[in-house]
Write a protein that binds this ligand. Structure first.
Ligand code: 48F
Length: 256
């Protein structure tokens, strides 16, 4: 009965994959470009890493380029990362390069999973596990359960480190600060909120702001800008890639 075998194949391997990922080195919340880059380098270093995105198609804001013109721009400093992912790029002058956003996003996703990271799509992270004042895991539920407002309890996934890669909303940082009355490693102790657009400052400061923002909780990408109150930068993606690589390096150093 091939019909039964097809279903069995999916169910048994899916639950084996889920069980294997109940205890992680790193849980990444959000499947945007910075988080995917982090997943790739963490997996490459041999760490057990899973990434959770609430959407059917992870990739965050990279698919659509700018205003759905599906090209993106990357600066010279990030080209080594682009090469690690085998993405085609064209020089455009002034130290800038252009890339196809669909090729770029799919390459990031493919290489991260191929390197050993697991991506769970349609998962919303609704909270963290908070033990002895350390962020120690994530609390997950199906996105459709949350959208429908169904009264269904979530599951817990333990992790030595959690990365907030949720983009402009910096959801994990906000949740941890609000629910536990703690101070984050920002100037005010709270999520400051991103500032208006400035490409040069935004790109530099998103990398500077990529850090352990609270014990066990790291922040990368636009979430790092939002938390530390630095400018947005628009559809230039070098800072996102460099932020993802930096957060991976910080965690590899910590867990070594
Ligand atoms: O915003 P997003 O693309 O993350 P990023 O890595 O990159 C930002 C750029 O795309 C762009 C930019 C570049 O200059 O400014 O905006 O910071 O992707 C964030 C992902 O996180 C998912 C969301 O679906 C998106 O794919 N996400 C957000 N909150 C949750 C979540 C959550 N609570 N649980 C699961 N996924």
């Amino acid at each position: 009965m091939i019909e039964k075998k097809v279903s069995q194949g999916i169910i048994s391997t899916y639950f084996e994959k889920l069980e294997r990922n109940l205890d992680l080195d790193v849980a990444i919340v959000g499947g945007g470009p910075s988080g995917i880059v982090a997943a790739y380098y963490l997996a490459k270093a041999g760490l057990k890493v899973a990434q959770f995105d609430r959407k059917l198609s992870p990739g965050g804001g990279m698919w659509g380029g700018a205003m759905m013109f599906n090209q993106i721009v990357v600066q010279e400093e990030a080209i080594n990362i682009v090469k690690d992912f085998d993405i085609n790029y064209k020089p455009y002058g002034d130290g800038l390069y252009v890339m196809d956003s669909v090729e770029s996003t799919s390459a990031l996703l493919y290489k991260a999973v191929h390197e050993g990271a697991t991506i769970f799509n349609c998962y919303s992270v609704e909270d963290v596990v908070f033990k002895n004042n350390v962020v120690s895991g994530v609390v997950v539920n199906w996105t459709p359960v949350l959208r429908e407002g169904l009264h269904v309890d979530p599951l817990n996934i333990m992790a030595k480190c959690v990365i907030d890669g949720t983009g402009h909303d910096s959801e994990m940082c906000k949740t941890v600060a609000r629910k536990n009355g703690i101070r984050l490693a920002t100037d005010t102790g709270a999520v400051i909120g991103e500032r208006s657009l400035d490409v040069v400052a935004g790109e530099e400061e998103v990398v500077n702001g990529t850090k352990e923002i609270y014990p066990g909780l790291y922040v990368c990408g636009m979430a790092a800008s939002a938390v530390s109150g630095t400018p947005r930068m628009g559809p230039i993606f070098g800072g996102m890639l460099m932020s993802g690589k930096k957060v991976a390096e910080l965690i590899i150093e910590k867990l070594k």
